[in-house]
Design a protein around this ligand. Structure first.
Ligand SMILES: *Cc1c(COP(=O)(O)O)cnc(C)c1O
Length: 934
């Protein structure tokens, strides 16, 4: 059977009924009316016709078969690891974890918030620093954030960042990309050669252990850096830190890196969770999401995201980072790996890895091969003048990939999966006789401090205990496996199982990002095909899937614009126009790309105010670099003025960036690359079915017209003048099969149908709710695009019932709230997507209407403003079954409002959470268990 009817919720009968409700005779008639003719495209996408699920899997098997799984000992920050099967099946492959949204509604996210708090605790303990955030994108971008954090926090006025020459080369490439537009000067320092530190610098970056494997004593350097007023940033390997002195103990202010080797598959580069940790005093400047402990309405401990005022949505162009979607699912996996193994288990793994490296080094030395460093953890660099290539080739012949450093040096990295036989095979490639024990050089670096002492890291070491812990946490959360998540702008649609399955195949999961090209033909074919399909869909000429999230795609796109202007001798063009309704990442990305943000007003209909646009263009004509607009707008409307907008900006010499987060309203009907835009990013984790994972992973491809193609990001390890926004050439390649499968199974007709039904569903919800809540903004014939904004401000004014109250009351009705207060404060933005069937849409509408009925009773004075089911929502099972009940409304209404199935009710584990309390009393690691006692 074809896949489209599995993906699209409403069947033809339901579609007819919905069309009738909004007064259109057919989907075509609806789309003709909704989409302005100026952008409408009437062609058919040149994509292969839809494959069935079985056919798509067979094709993917064939593609995967062109990748060769080998034993990778390349290292460079990516290592073989055993994903415990209990974690693979119950986290990575479990929709309760992977279909959850970012935990902005903390009452329904306590499970993943606890997992992330474990992650933060693991990172702070291992790094010896005070506070860690809940994940970064990859090591390269995490170090780039460490650099800018050091810049903001240093008292030095210098713009020099000194970087250890033994830094991972891909990290260096990302640092170069990020430093240049901000005017930061990178100065490489060869620490072995004793390079002196410059007189002035704001930060010193160290790799620990170095890319070569060398473990160096950085303590004296850290002292010198602090004397110069600089901050010390350290990229540290967490597994090594179980044996080595922690960065916090050698003077680091900031640590950054990856948690990949904690059970997260290689995936040809990602997705993996980066980490970022800071010493005390810097926590309020930390970018990314931070989980903290607070309390709920009953005073019980509860988790929620802390210090949200730091996010780009609030700070916009004053934001210090553009990171939005991060790597939650992978952070959960890494934290569970630590929970499963515990501190002793991790140390045993590290000792085994170190033992293999020692056996290798001993064997090399016995054979007279020079080993470059006396002190190493897992990586041995051998000096073999003129022979390096032949050694690498010989090892490849026995199925082991090594790192060719240069003509004279080879690096070999051991990991959890390295066996004695691997070591023997590598030694044979060097012509050495066999392994020999060697003495460890790490004694003087030995870690003496304890880590991961919290009981959570010693309570779940049996598989039974682990399985139940995972189940307990996921049961606390609301994800797409329970019901609809109607989040405007976020496109929470079906993540089909067939799309997900290939992610765990070894031929995709176990490929090192820098494996020789001869091993990765399958991936190269998949990436090329997917990029081609995305180009066809968007009407652009070239696409790069390298960016690890939409925010990174924005940066890559703006850097392409910057590169283009510079190539034409117009480096002075640095103004980026951004409408007031834009997503917060837009402004933050523009600043990171070295641009000045100028805000353009919206008119009373929510559209970009074309006369203000003309005024702003007039004022900044000479300096105009770009405009960044979202289409359809963040207000959920197909703006008619888009073509004129593009024309005005182009006439003034600017480029047009269309934020493609809302592409689900365009696929098959309009193509940004053809209606006037020059560049877009897409969010594969929105439109193209990569699950949100509880707040990541994501993929944010950047798509450009031909004149910008030469400015797309390139391979961080290939020399050239391209930039790199991720540490791996194809970013989070490991999850690209998901979007590939979606496109392959939908085909051109299925995709166009999905768009139409998404628009139909939004208009159906708007039509059903309009008489209960005003719907803000509409386009042609009063139609919205794929989402609609419900205006609660008049209700709040009249009754005191807030958008928060409605969002929390929806939990009692068994729903995840829509997007709150974006793009308009005091509103809810509903995006039903094409995947929700009519019964679920009706259940949602009925809940919203019933809630309006409750609001009316508050308005009528029947319930006090401070004692009604809205104000006290959500209600826990404990609250409604308490022996005492003193509220003005009955328990049954609290717990089982109209339409709730009493036999399968979702109970939130905590009541409404007091976020401000937690921000005043910041706690961002696991609280002692006593905190949870009554
Ligand atoms: C989601 C979103 C972004 C940011 O994308 P991430 O993948 O979260 O970085 C940017 N713009 C809009 C309109 C969005 O909805």
């Amino acid at each position: 059977m074809t896949f489209a009817p599995r993906h699209i919720g409403p069947d033809p009968d339901a579609q007819t009924q919905m069309l009738k409700a909004i007064g259109y005779a057919s989907l075509d008639a609806l789309m003709d009316a909704a989409i302005p003719e100026v952008i409408r495209w009437h062609g058919t996408l040149a994509l292969p016709d839809a494959a069935t699920e079985e056919e798509a899997i067979a094709e993917l098997r064939e593609i995967a078969g062109r990748n060769t799984v080998t034993t990778s000992m390349i290292g460079l920050g990516y290592y073989g690891t055993f994903t415990p099967a209990v974690i693979r099946r119950n986290v990575l492959e479990n929709p309760a974890w992977y279909t959850a949204y970012t935990p902005y509604q903390p009452e329904i996210s306590q499970g993943r918030l606890e997992a992330l708090l474990n992650f933060q605790t693991m990172v702070t303990d291992l790094t010896g620093l005070a506070t860690a955030n809940a994940s970064m994108l990859d090591e390269g971008t995490a170090v780039a954030e460490a650099m800018t954090l050091a810049r903001r926090s240093s008292r030095s006025k210098s713009n020099v960042y000194v970087v250890d020459a033994d830094t991972l080369p891909q990290t260096l490439a990302v640092l170069r990309t990020r430093a240049e537009p901000l005017g930061i000067e990178l100065v490489l320092a060869d620490l072995d050669a004793g390079d002196a530190l410059p007189a002035e610098f704001f930060g010193l970056h160290l790799q620990y252990p170095g890319a070569s494997g060398a473990v160096r004593d950085h303590a004296a350097l850290a002292v010198a850096a602090h004397e110069a007023g600089a901050l010390v940033t350290v990229a540290a390997d967490l597994l090594a830190l179980t044996l080595l002195r922690a960065p916090g103990e050698i003077g680091a202010d900031i640590a950054a890196g990856t948690t990949q080797r904690f059970g997260v598959p290689l995936g040809f580069g990602g997705p993996h969770a980066g980490y970022l940790a800071v010493r005390s005093g810097l926590e309020r400047s930390l970018p990314g999401r931070l989980v903290g402990v607070s309390k709920d309405a009953d005073g019980a401990p509860a988790y929620r995201l802390a210090l949200q005022t730091r996010e780009q949505h609030i700070r916009r162009e004053r934001a210090t980072s553009n990171i939005c979607t991060a790597q939650v699912l992978l952070a959960v996996m890494a934290s569970m790996y630590a929970v499963y193994h515990g501190p002793a288990g991790l140390r045993a793994i590290a000792e085994r890895v170190h033992g293999r490296a020692l056996a290798l080094a001993g064997g090399l030395a016995a054979a007279g091969v020079e080993v470059a460093h006396e002190r190493f953890f897992d990586t041995v660099t051998a000096v073999v003048p003129g022979r390096a290539a032949s050694v690498v080739e010989a090892a490849a012949g026995s199925g082991i990939d090594l790192r060719l450093v240069d003509a004279d040096r080879v690096s070999v990295s051991c990991d959890e999966t390295t066996t004695a036989a691997h070591v023997e095979a590598v030694l044979a490639a060097f012509g050495a006789a066999g392994a020999e024990p060697a003495a460890s050089g790490l004694r003087e670096f030995a870690r003496t401090s304890e880590f991961m002492t919290h009981p959570v890291f010693r309570s779940h070491h049996s598989e039974t205990a682990m399985l139940r812990y995972l189940r307990k946490l996921s049961d606390r959360d609301y994800a797409l496996d329970r019901g609809m998540i109607p989040l405007g702008s976020c496109t929470m649609k079906l993540n089909a199982t067939t799309e997900m399955e290939p992610v765990s195949w070894p031929e995709f999961a176990e490929i090192h990002p820098y494996a020789p090209a001869s091993r990765t033909a399958g991936y190269e074919a998949l990436v090329a095909q997917l990029e081609g399909w995305l180009a066809e869909i968007t009407g652009y000429d070239a696409v790069s899937v390298q960016p690890n999230a939409g925010s990174q795609g924005e940066l890559a796109g703006l850097l392409a614009i910057r590169g283009y202007h510079r190539s034409r001798g117009e480096a002075h063009r640095d103004v980026c126009l951004i409408p007031s309704s834009a997503h917060g990442t837009n402004a933050a990305s523009a600043v990171m790309a070295g641009m000045r943000v100028v805000v353009v007003a919206c008119d009373e209909n929510g559209n970009v105010d074309l006369s203000d646009l003309a005024a702003k263009i007039g004022k900044h004509r000479e300096a105009l670099a770009a405009i960044m607009v979202t289409y359809p707008s963040t207000h959920g409307v197909y703006e008619k003025g888009i073509a004129e907008l593009c024309g005005q900006v182009h006439d003034a010499g600017g480029q047009v960036y269309v934020d493609g987060a809302n592409l689900n309203a365009l696929v098959g009907f309009a193509r940004p690359g053809k209606f006037g835009a020059d560049v877009s990013h897409l969010n594969l984790h929105k439109t193209f079915c990569i699950p949100h994972g509880g707040g990541g992973p994501g993929v944010g491809p950047v798509a450009v017209r031909a004149h910008l193609a030469e400015f797309l990001p390139g391979d961080p390890l290939e020399p050239g003048d391209h930039h790199a926004v991720s540490a791996a050439a194809h970013g989070s390649a490991g999850i690209l099969p998901i979007s590939w499968a979606y496109l392959r199974m939908m085909g051109p007709d299925g995709l166009a149908q999905a768009t139409s039904v998404a628009v139909l569903a939004a208009n159906y919800v708007a039509a059903r709710l309009r008489e209960h809540y005003p719907v803000l903004y509409a386009g042609n014939e009063g139609l919205v695009a794929h989402e609609c904004i419900l205006d609660l401000r008049p209700i709040t004014k009249a009754t005191g019932v807030s958008v928060d109250d409605v969002a929390k009351r929806l939990i009692d009705y068994g729903f995840h709230a829509p997007t709150m207060s974006f793009p308009v404060a005091g509103t809810l933005m509903v995006e039903p997507t094409e995947s929700e069937d009519l019964a679920e849409l009706d259940r949602f509408c009925a809940a919203m209407i019933a809630i309006k009925g409750e609001i009316d009773r508050v308005a009528a004075g029947e319930w006090p403003r401070d004692d009604n089911p809205l104000r006290h929502a959500p209600h826990t099972a404990a609250a409604v079954t308490a022996d005492e009940w003193s509220h003005a409304y009955p328990r049954s209404l609290a717990g089982f409002p109209a339409g709730v199935d009493r036999t399968s009710k979702y109970w939130p584990p905590v009541r409404r959470i007091d976020g401000a309390y937690g921000d005043r009393n910041l706690v961002c690691s696991c609280p002692a268990p006593e905190a949870f006692e009554d």
